[in-house]
Write a protein that binds this ligand. Structure first.
Ligand code: GLU
Length: 478
């Protein structure tokens, strides 16, 4: 079994593309086959190194290693379509020599008129070659240097049938398929030609790709047959939709994989979530790692219905993965983000403070990027979040709570979580304050925000001196 993922480096790796890559990877790994990464970079103008690098980085981040292809090499050169224009031209010319394709001399105006007339008469508008001059005249004009694209001669009448692994029996009547261009007049191949020649040359056995390419498949099968080769098996994956049931687009939020990495999604959660877009491990399991997916994946069980990409569900799953991390893994993942946020490295004393805080924030986090803002109050410059201040400190009980907390905490014999908690619970009781009314103001006072790690632990980590200073500052501001 040989499968390929064939992105065009004309944009950042899309989450839908990442799912296609994953499903190809799973199929190959399960069968002990070969997973190939090919670069469909025929469009020199729109292809960029930034995008190419982003695709490799995204695959590496997800842990989808490929066996053959770009960067890795293999028996078929560098696996870039931009290196293979000669090969595509040779195939196109061979098809012309075999009578299966032709240099097309019909003008654009004539083609437009043809399509318009067909529409008016209720005929299918697919161009059938009827505007071409006789073969000997065409040959003479091309010989004399007239620029002409090469079109594939679609056999008529006829139809192309195949069984799609996901979508079942497919049939395309050739009446609907025009004599499509395979080589442009400037000598560059179209997607149909380049993709098919590569699939044939690289001996691809299973083409697994997005449903947007379904209508291209009969064309690819026709070219494959004309080349005298055997067609691959095809599987077309349903497109992704937003939670509102419309095609996934920027309107729904980020569609580039990198945005999720940058937003603190861990790769294991991303891979897990991508797998669930159209597939299910069967029983109640939603949380499944890459190795178990390889064991259990079945491309034939993938749904043909559109899959909903729901960032909230992804976030929920991400929270599960974050809590599953060991303390050490969590600190390793988050510390660089915290230091980046502060613009400096933590010193040794701060590192141990951070190690104390880490498990407290790990418990609640849904994204790795939530952590840095939550620990800024210990390591960064202190300031109030004014929304939190207005919401919490303008209540009647805030001045009382802050003042009484100061009384209880000043002179506390031991500064640790347990003693701080006991002192503040006593303060609540003495002043008949609920935990919400009595403790939220203290949180805003010491953390600057109503969102922080748990209060007593935060005070313990912050230390006696800084905690009292901040309570005094808040009392003054109140
Ligand atoms: N390069 C095509 C794309 O980016 C996919 C080609 C294919 O899978 O056949 O959409």
């Amino acid at each position: 079994m040989r499968v390929r993922f064939a992105p065009s480096p004309t944009g950042y790796l899309h989450v839908g593309g990442a799912r296609t890559a994953l499903f190809n990877y799973l199929v190959a790994r399960k069968a002990g086959g070969t997973f190939i990464l090919r670069s469909d970079d025929t469009d020199a103008e729109r292809s960029e190194d930034t995008y190419r690098d982003d695709i490799y980085a995204g695959m590496a981040w997800l842990g989808l290693d490929w066996d053959e292809g770009v960067e890795r090499g293999g028996p078929h050169g560098d696996y870039r379509q931009s290196s293979r224009f000669d090969r595509y031209r040779d195939v196109a010319e061979q098809l012309v020599a075999d009578g299966k394709a032709y240099y097309s001399l019909a003008t654009n105006e004539a083609l437009d008129a043809f399509r318009k007339a067909a529409q008016q008469e209720g005929r299918p508008p697919a161009y059938d070659g009827s505007l071409e001059p006789p073969a000997d005249e065409a040959a003479r004009r091309v010989e004399l240097g007239e620029a002409a694209p090469i079109r594939f001669r679609v056999p008529r009448p006829g139809s192309t049938e195949f069984v799609d692994v996901v979508r079942g029996d497919m049939e395309f009547d050739h009446v609907q398929i025009e004599d499509f261009v395979i080589l442009r007049s400037n000598g560059s191949p179209t997607y149909h030609l380049a993709s098919t020649v590569d699939d044939v040359d690289y001996e691809i056995t299973h083409v697994i790709r997005g449903e947007d390419l379904l209508s291209s498949t009969p064309k690819h099968i026709l070219i494959t047959q004309a080349m005298g080769a055997e067609s691959a098996t095809y599987a077309h994956l349903s497109l992704l939709m937003g939670p509102d049931g419309k095609k996934l687009s920027k309107r729904h939020g980020d569609t580039a994989l990198r945005a999720y990495r940058d937003a603190g999604i861990v790769p294991e959660a991303m891979v897990n979530y991508l797998a669930l877009l159209g597939w299910s491990p069967g029983d109640e399991d939603t949380v499944i790692d890459l190795d178990s997916m390889v064991e259990r994946f079945d491309i034939g069980a993938v749904s043909r219905n559109p899959a909903v990409f729901d960032p909230q569900k992804l976030e929920w799953l991400n929270g599960i993965y974050i809590r599953e991390m060991s303390e050490h893994e969590f600190v390793a993942a988050v510390l660089p983000l915290v230091e980046d946020d502060l613009g400096r490295q933590l010193n040794d004393a701060e590192r141990s403070q951070f190690d104390e805080l880490a498990p407290l924030v790990q418990e609640r986090a849904k994204r790795l990027t939530e952590i840095a803002p939550q620990v800024r109050f210990v390591f960064g410059e202190f300031g109030y979040d004014e929304t939190s201040w207005d919401k919490v400190m303008k209540g009647d009980d805030a001045p009382l709570a802050v003042e009484k907390a100061l009384d209880r905490l000043t002179g506390l014999e031991r500064w640790d979580t347990e003693h701080i908690e006991a002192a503040l619970r006593l303060m609540l009781e003495e002043n008949e304050l609920s935990a919400r009314k009595g403790l939220q103001p203290l949180r805003v006072a010491i953390a600057g925000s109503s969102v922080s790690p748990p209060l007593f632990e935060s005070m313990a980590v912050l230390g006696r001196e800084r905690t009292l200073e901040r309570l005094q500052a808040a009392a003054a501001r109140l």
